[in-house]
Structure formats: structure tokens, C-alpha cells
Ligand binder design. Structure first.
Ligand SMILES: C[S@@+](CC[C@H](N)C(=O)[O-])C[C@H]1O[C@@H](n2cnc3c(N)ncnc32)[C@H](O)[C@@H]1O
Length: 396
């Protein structure tokens, strides 16, 4: 991996989203979710360790604009100001091949790369593409315009998936895709405030209409709350030191102010793994956008909404995301069974479906060589049963 690619990956790792309730309340809620996860994880098939987060790969286009403002790139059309190589697109397309006729919800449309691949490969499917970022919505609309009535793009949070489905009059869902993480445009534009590498406002909101930005958190939380937020979302080791320095330096308004305070709080000897501010920016981004709370709500709504034989496919880029996906699918497979592992179920839980394959799939070495940012991707898939007794978990 080149140094610039490594830097991009590190920055992307440091990025994640929240919605409208206060982050502390969301964090408390998530702690109870984490406890439930631990129980479910004891019952679910294990996977290998998950590396640091990365994300799908957006890059500003280097070519000139074609007449229809979209790009033919390796068979995919892409918006001229978002050129994106969707991660594990072949696997995603193959996983949606057997789903029933109907609508696939791409909950993280971005530039629309996965949506385009699904629409091209499966003429029996339509796509409802969602994104919370208005810039991504505009890009996805341009990319999906050639598909006419087969594709709709709506600005929405997947944490409010039920409302998005109701608002779009979608009653039967053939598939749901989550391609988690952040986009390069979110990362690359200093004014969005995600990057510790360029000076910008301490913002980090995926949707600029969200009420609380990163500056609000940094300047209003008390020291203990801030330390806990950092520790829970990635910066476990120096959370208290950093929180102390931040609180004594505030008010903070810019990314570079925060990055230099963090750098000063972390001992030089501990700075071997990337930029010292990487984990702090990731922790704030996760809190600002409530990325894990969004995933928890979105995943369970997606599983509920699936038609018989419908599939939910999730690509995660760091262990916090992957744990939630794994636990959410495991709960759906067990139907929320609370009986001791290894004993017959007597609690009356009804399994909702099966894992399409055990564990998580990873991108091929060829894809990673082509797109290093795919390296940390982990793909899992769940299929809603077609009858009240689902097929056992297996490969397909
Ligand atoms: C990795 S990109 C997706 C790229 C996309 N699959 C493609 O092929 O172009 C992740 C996208 O998810 C969006 N996103 C993140 N959290 C979201 C949420 N809770 N609701 C809706 N969109 C979200 C981000 O704004 C970003 O555009």
C-alpha cells in the first residue's frame, strides 16, 4: 500500500455517524446493546479478527465530463464528481441473484456504485437508494437516472428505515444492503470537518442538518463523559489524558486545534500506529453520527422488513460494526432464543431465517491489490426464511 493510500485508510478508519438524541443517551443505550451482543456472540459462529476500519472508495474523477454526467468505469456508471469503486460488488451482486422479484434497499447509496451493479445484473429488481448525506444523494441521483423508474433515491437515515420504506410505499423488500463507513468526499472536503489532516471546522456531521456537530460534543461534555466516549469508540488507552487536555484547552473550533491537542496528550513512544489523532477523530465521528446506534436500528428493521427469501447483506469496515452485524444476524437466526447454548430451545423463540454462509467473507487479494481500501471489508449475509421452519445455516 502506498503511503498516501495508507493515510487515506487511516483517516477513513477514523471516521464514523448520530442522530437526533444526545450522544450520552445513545451511548448508554448502546451499552445495553453491547451486553446483549455478548450473549448472542456466544451462540454465533465465530469469525477471524477484524482489522481497523476502512471504507468504500470514493475519489474525485480525473477525467473530463461526459455528456450525461455519468461515467462508464469498468462497466459501472459513476457520477462525475464521485468516482467510486464499490467494495465486493461481485459478491453483493451474486448474493442478490436468488432474491424474489421486488425492491432492494441500498441503505448507503454513496455514489450509487452498488445500486448500479445490482440493477445491471438483475433486471427483475428495482432499487430504493438511501443516504443521509445530501451530497451523496445528489451523486446517486445522477448515477441512477438512466434506470428511470427502476431506481429511486431518497435522503434518509437507515436508522429510520421503517419511515423511509413507508414514505416510499415499499411494502415488500427483496433485499437490503449496508455498505458502512464513510465516503471520500466526506473525508476529502476540509469544510466537512472529518479529517485530522486538513484544517476545517470541527463538524463531522454526515448530514449537515443534524443538530450537534463535533465542536458541540468537545465543548460541552464534562471530562468524564468525554473520556468515556473516547474509550468506548476507539481511543481506550489515553482517553482520560486526552479528555483532560481537551477540557482545559476549550473552546475548540477547528480540526487542527483538536489534532494538535491530541498529539500533545499522547506520549511519542505510543505513536507508532498512525497519526495520534486517528482514533480520537474516529470516536468523535462515531458519536456525532451515532453510527452504531444507526446500525443497530437499521439492521433489525431491515431483517423485519425482508420478504420470504429476501436477503440482507452488510459490509463492515471495523470490528465495532462487524460485531453488531454478526450479533444482529445471530439473533435473527435464533429468533432471540434465550435458552442455554447446546440445549433444545424451550423459550418459544421463532427463528427468522438463516446465515447464507458461516462467518464473514473478505475481499479477494486481487480486489485488495486493485483497491487497498477494500482491505478491512467483512461481508455477512442473512436470508429470511421462506417458511416457518427455515433451512439450516449453510453456504449458497
Ligand atoms: C461507504 S459509502 C457507500 C458507497 C456506496 N456503496 C457506493 O457504491 O457508492 C457509505 C455511505 O453511507 C452513508 N451513510 C452512513 N451512515 C448512514 C446512515 N445512518 N443512513 C444513511 N446513510 C448513511 C454515508 O453518507 C456514505 O455516503
Amino acid at each position: 500500500m502506498s503511503s498516501s493510500q495508507k493515510i487515506d485508510t487511516e483517516e477513513r478508519n477514523a471516521l464514523q455517524p448520530q442522530h437526533d438524541t444526545h450522544p450520552i443517551a445513545r451511548a448508554r443505550h448502546r451499552r445495553s446493546w453491547s451486553r446483549r451482543c455478548r450473549t448472542w456472540l456466544m451462540r454465533s459462529p465465530s469469525t477471524g479478527p477484524v482489522e481497523e476500519s476502512s471504507s468504500a472508495h470514493f475519489q474525485p474523477s480525473r477525467w473530463s465530463t461526459p455528456p450525461n454526467d455519468t461515467w462508464p468505469v469498468e462497466g459501472l456508471r459513476m457520477s462525475s464528481d464521485f468516482a467510486h469503486r464499490p467494495v465486493m460488488a461481485d459478491e453483493v451482486v451474486a448474493l442478490f441473484a436468488p432474491v424474489p422479484l421486488g425492491v432492494v434497499v441500498d441503505t448507503t447509496a454513496g455514489a450509487g456504485g452498488h445500486s448500479v451493479a445490482i440493477l445491471d445484473a438483475h433486471p427483475h429488481l428495482e432499487v430504493l437508494a438511501l443516504d443521509r448525506d445530501p451530497d451523496a444523494v445528489a451523486a446517486a441521483r445522477r448515477a441512477l437516472a438512466p434506470y428511470g423508474r427502476r431506481a429511486r433515491v431518497v435522503q434518509a437515515r437507515f436508522g429510520a428505515l421503517d419511515e423511509a420504506l413507508a414514505g416510499s410505499s415499499v411494502t415488500s423488500v427483496s433485499g437490503v444492503l449496508f455498505d458502512l463507513g464513510v465516503s471520500s468526499p466526506q473525508l476529502d472536503r476540509p469544510e466537512r470537518g472529518f479529517s485530522y489532516r486538513s484544517a476545517g471546522p470541527l463538524d463531522m456531521r454526515m448530514d449537515p442538518a443534524q443538530p450537534h456537530d463535533a465542536a458541540h460534543l468537545v465543548n460541552t461534555m464534562d471530562e468524564r463523559e468525554l473520556a468515556r466516549l473516547l474509550a468506548e469508540n476507539g481511543e481506550a488507552r489515553f482517553a482520560r489524558r486526552i479528555a483532560r487536555r481537551v477540557v482545559s484547552a476549550r473552546p475548540l473550533h477547528t480540526t487542527d486545534e483538536l489534532a494538535s491537542i491530541v498529539a500533545g496528550a499522547i506520549p511519542a513512544a505510543a505513536r507508532r500506529r498512525g497519526h495520534p489523532a486517528r482514533r480520537v477523530f474516529q470516536a468523535l465521528r462515531v458519536a456525532v453520527n451515532d453510527e452504531l446506534g444507526e446500525l443497530e436500528s437499521g439492521l433489525s428493521a431491515a431483517i423485519e422488513a425482508l420478504a420470504p427469501g429476501g436477503r440482507c447483506v452488510a459490509i463492515s469496515y471495523h470490528s465495532g460494526e462487524d460485531r453488531l452485524v454478526k450479533a444482529g444476524f445471530a439473533e435473527a437466526v435464533s429468533g432471540g432464543c434465550v435458552c442455554p447454548p447446546g440445549l433444545p430451545c424451550t423459550c418459544g423463540a421463532e427463528p427468522l431465517g438463516r446465515l447464507v454462509f458461516r462467518g464473514a467473507r473478505r475481499p479477494s487479494p486481487a480486489e485488495v491489490a486493485h483497491n487497498p481500501r477494500a482491505q478491512s471489508a467483512r461481508l455477512r449475509a442473512f436470508e429470511r426464511s421462506t417458511s416457518s421452519s427455515p433451512a439450516p445455516t449453510g453456504d449458497s
